[in-house]
Ligand binder design. Sequence first.
Ligand SMILES: [Zn+2]
Length: 139
Amino acid sequence: MSEPCIFCEIIARRATASFVAESDLAIAFLTIGPLREGHALVIPKRHVVEVPDAAARELGAVFALGQEVAIRQRRTLGSHGETLFLASGAAGEQSVFHMHLHVVPRHDGDGIGLAAWWGTKMHRAERAALDATAARLRA
Ligand SMILES: [Zn+2]
């Protein structure tokens, strides 16, 4: 028998979590490993592993609840921005294999440095290469 999914255990209230918000298809709670106070995870209530496994309505529910969490973070914690982050699949560096959207409350100059990190990883693509890849993705 495989290990129970910790997020499904949280949904079933067999594992503890600090809940923030809930809708028909999604639920939000605080991560035990926050980057900042109020850092929440939003998950579909159904056991969905990765992005391709989710129904469109589940993705919509997760992002809609993520928006509600962001609004609550701004109102109660004084954040004035947020970073939404979703790692999908082992290659996408997903850690818990029940799809989850991170909603990280952000403040000016909070030192997380996402843009700086991004700048070290990105490269400038040529238009011809972009067009060729886009054509493959449209096929
Ligand atoms: Zn699960």
